[in-house]
Design a protein around this ligand. Structure first.
Ligand code: 4G3
Length: 248
């Protein structure tokens, strides 16, 4: 998969996209990233990219001509959706990450000022994505979040030990607790079942602890999930343990 990034601050991307799993995946050619500085598409001698808003008010607006020159230059002949990272976009989640991972190419536009000229949005932006209900100084961190979440779903990017299929948002449940050696640490024990070697008991314990966490921390996830008979039964046990009878 190929990502084109349009940004005023390409230097922000080196660390996150050059390190660890994403860096390795790029070395292996499993994904590629092309960084373009929007300022390179400003034609005046001061390379001005923004201007004051019509109608007045605070903040600056990224100029339409500069943005469209950058978008058209990067687009080439191969069609690719242009994604604008903005708090006004569709909330990014695992399902959207999985959808985007099916595409051969994505163009990500990062604003660093309040907004872009609305005419660019109307005609050149295919989708708008928000990584959450908060405002950042720019769309660069959101773009990196999207790339990271999408890239790790691409074939070969994760090793067997970190398979994406076991992810909490793939199963619809939060992850269960994890332990490693030693079996006792400062008087705290690892749950005995995990030392038992009984794989069926371990599987059920993990499922129960996943359900417990989801029930306590993210009941909204449970409402949306299709539950198996076993999951229903374990939930009933948990509700007994909690001594309450909500959550059908
Ligand atoms: C547009 C995205 C862009 C308008 C961008 C701020 C947060 C997100 C920006 C605007 C951003 C997000 C740049 N901050 N939640 N900052 O995905 O007000």
């Amino acid at each position: 998969m190929h990502f084109d990034i349009l940004t005023l601050f390409p230097e922000m991307f080196a660390g996150p996209l050059g390190t660890s799993i994403i860096g390795k995946a790029r070395e292996k050619g499993l994904l590629s990233v092309d960084l373009r500085n929007i300022r390179d598409y400003a034609l005046d001698k001061h390379a001005i990219v923004d201007d004051t808003p019509y109608g007045g008010g605070a903040g600056m607006v990224l100029k339409a001509d500069v943005l469209v020159r950058a978008i058209e230059a990067v687009k080439g002949d191969e069609p690719a959706p242009v994604v604008y990272l903005t708090p006004q976009g569709r909330l990014f989640d695992q399902q959207l990450a999985a959808e985007l991972a099916q595409l051969p190419r994505l163009i990500l536009l990062c604003g660093h000022y309040e907004e872009i000229d609305e005419r660019v949005r109307q005609k050149w932006i295919d989708r708008e994505i928000s990584i959450g209900d908060y405002v950042l100084t720019g769309g660069e961190l959101p773009a990196m979040v999207v790339i990271d979440a999408v890239a790790r779903l691409l074939p070969g990017v994760l090793g067997d030990s970190t398979s994406a299929e076991q992810d909490s948002f793939q199963t619809g449940l939060l992850d269960h607790p994890h332990y490693t050696r030693p079996a006792e640490f400062r008087g705290m024990q690892v749950p005995e079942v995990l030392l038992s070697g009984n794989h069926e008991l371990i599987r059920r314990w993990r499922l129960k602890e996943s359900l417990r966490r989801t029930l306590l921390r993210r009941p909204d996830l449970l409402q949306r999930k299709e539950l198996s008979e076993e999951e229903r039964q374990i939930l009933a046990e948990l509700e007994q343990e909690f001594g309450k009878e909500e959550n059908k």
